[in-house]
Each structure stands twice: as C-alpha cells, then as structure tokens.
Design a protein around this ligand. Structure first.
Ligand code: NAP
Length: 298
C-alpha cells in the first residue's frame, strides 16, 4: 500500500498512534504529529507541529486517539502536558476531509456534521473490532493468570456475550483446555456456540450457570453480572469485565462478597500497542485509497 500524496495529521494519542505514524510514513504519506511535545525520540520521516502553529493547512485525514474527544473537545495526548482541543475553528483551519477516531461521542459527531467532515469511528468497524479482539483476549488471559492461583486449563469458565470479543475469547479458552460455557441471548449465537463445541446457555439462565464457575468473563456492555448473579458465585471465583466502561458487573457487591472483580478496558493499547496501531493504520490507509482516490486528490 503506497500513500504518496496523502497528508495526515495525528492529533494526540498514545503508543498506538506512534505506530500509526510510523507505518503511514513508511508508506510515503506525509505525516504530521501534534500533541507530542514530550516525545524523546523523534519519529523518522514525520514532522511535529505545535497546535498554535497550525495556520491554514490542508490535511486529507485527521487521526484522533481511541476515545476521540470529550464533551469539551479535549483530546487525550499521552506525550504532551498541554491540553489539546479540537473545535470548529481548528477543524476549519485544517480543512480535513476525513476524521478517524476509535469511538465517537456526541461532541465529535456534532462537530464533524457541522463542518461537513466524514467521521470514521474505527472501533465500530468489524474489520478493526475482530482483529482488535486478538490483543484484547491475550490481555484478558494475561490478567487472569496474574490474578488467579489455578490454571486456565481445567477451569470452569463462563463467557458472557458472543460477539467479536466473546467469540475469540471463548474459542481461545476452549483451545487451552478450559471448560467453557457461553451465555448469549440470540438463537444464532447459541447455535454457533454449539457448533464450536462450547456449552451454550441462554442469558435468562445465568444465575443457575455461575454456581460452579471459577472464571467469569463479561463482554456485554449492560448490567448483567448483577448482585443476584454474584450472590450465587463461589467466593474463589474471578470476574474479568471487558465491556466498555462502566462494564456490566456490580463491582460494589462483588467486593462486599470478597470476590475479585476487575474492569479491564483498552487492553489492545496496553498489551500490544504496536499491533493495535498496525490494525488501525492498515484500515486508515485502505479507507484513504478507497474514499479519496489519488487521482481526485487536491
Ligand atoms: P459486539 O460484537 O457488539 O458483541 C457484544 C455482545 O454483547 C453480543 O453478543 C450481544 O448480543 C451482547 N449484548 C449486547 N447488549 C446486550 C444486552 N443488553 N443483553 C444481552 N446481550 C447483549 O461487541 P464486541 O466487539 O465483542 O465488544 C464487546 C464489548 O467489549 C464492548 O463494550 C466493547 O467496547 C468492549 N471492548 C473492550 C475491549 C477491552 O480492551 N476491554 C476491547 C474491545 C472491545 P447480540 O448479538 O444478541 O446483540
């Protein structure tokens, strides 16, 4: 994939964005970084820009951090002490065509719409979410090993939700010898779990299915691991909630019962920023080629 002629501004971000910058630059895009004031080692082939120094610049793409921008337009920037803010005035100066973000909240959606800029929340895309499930599951296994004193092999395990993360997690646990039960609500997901030789059950039966569980993983972003569920679990069980904040677990009650329960967000960025960055860089490059073909570039 060659990106000669494309101009990309990476605005804030973390280690994943360093990898995105490196890969896009390697593919010959012009890559400019803003919000990297504390970066010790300069990235070859890229340029740094102070936000105040941005005058009228034209970028084909703006790449934001995983969380996009908060309700006040503030953008996370791990490598800068200064606050980065994305607002109408800056967006106009940048003359951006596409904004890439991990997730998009109300502020970012409204900002993009007002300014007629295409917004692409990468984590909503199946291609990104399915590949991101790999580092997510590796991180989940690492955390489990760290927080338990028994092997995953032979453990009685419950996985709640059978979407992109749940399926990869259940398959991986099964492959390393866990006794995996999958809680889902749709007949399709229950059928798929049967086909994969997992033990499916309907979420309506959750309370009865957790009694023997050594490990409970939640991927459902709704209150699902309620006090009623936790009350039936063994005190030695470990709960790992992977769903987006605030998760689906009644953490207060788990703590009261003495059951270890952890919310573990953003695992790809934590355990495999290079891989997570590559997954996003590949999609960003492909979207640029598809949606802004080189012959139409100005
Ligand atoms: P997904 O593909 O949409 O899967 C979500 C699953 O949850 C599906 O099985 C869905 O069932 C089920 N579900 C959703 N709402 C439900 C409800 N109200 N009641 C019962 N089941 C419900 O999502 P994903 O990509 O697997 O991601 C799962 C969660 O993990 C998300 O919150 C995501 O943000 C988060 N995530 C976390 C990390 C991390 O590092 N911790 C990494 C990636 C993603 P149906 O199919 O029946 O709708």
């Amino acid at each position: 994939m060659i990106l000669t002629g494309y101009k990309v501004l990476i605005f804030g971000g973390d280690n994943r964005h360093l990898e995105i910058a490196r890969l896009l630059s390697e593919r010959d895009a012009t890559v400019v970084l803003a919000g990297y004031g504390n970066l010790r080692t300069p990235l070859p082939g890229t340029m740094f820009l102070e936000t105040e120094a941005i005058t009228q610049e034209s970028f084909h793409a703006l790449v934001l951090p995983a969380k996009g921008a908060d309700d006040a337009g503030v953008v996370d920037a791990l490598f800068d002490a200064q606050k980065l803010i994305l607002d109408d005035a800056l967006l106009k100066r940048l003359a951006v065509r596409i904004i890439f973000t991990g997730i998009a909240g109300t502020y970012l959606r409204a900002l993009a719409e007002r300014n007629g800029v295409r917004l692409i929340p990468l984590f909503d895309r199946d291609d990104v979410a399915i590949l991101n499930a790999i580092p997510t599951v590796e991180g989940a296994l690492a955390l489990t090993i760290q927080h338990t004193d028994f092997t995953l092999h032979g453990a009685k395990t419950v996985v709640l939700g059978f979407g992109r993360v749940g399926m990869t997690l259940a398959r991986t646990l099964h492959a390393i010898g866990s006794d995996v039960a999958v809680g889902a609500r749709s007949p399709e997901n229950l059928a798929r779990a049967t086909e994969m030789r997992l033990n499916p059950f309907h979420l309506a039966d959750l309370k009865d299915r957790v009694r023997e569980a050594d490990l409970l993983y939640n991927t459902i972003p709704h209150p699902i691991v309620t006090a009623e569920v936790i009350a039936r679990m063994k005190q030695t069980a470990f709960i790992l909630d992977l769903a987006s904040a605030p998760g689906g677990t009644e953490f207060r009650f788990a703590e009261k019962r003495g059951i270890k329960a952890i919310l573990a967000p953003s695992l790809p960025g934590l355990v495999a920023p290079k891989t997570a960055g590559r997954i996003m860089a590949d999609v960003i490059g492909q979207v640029l080629l598809d949606e802004l073909p080189l012959e139409n570039l100005s």
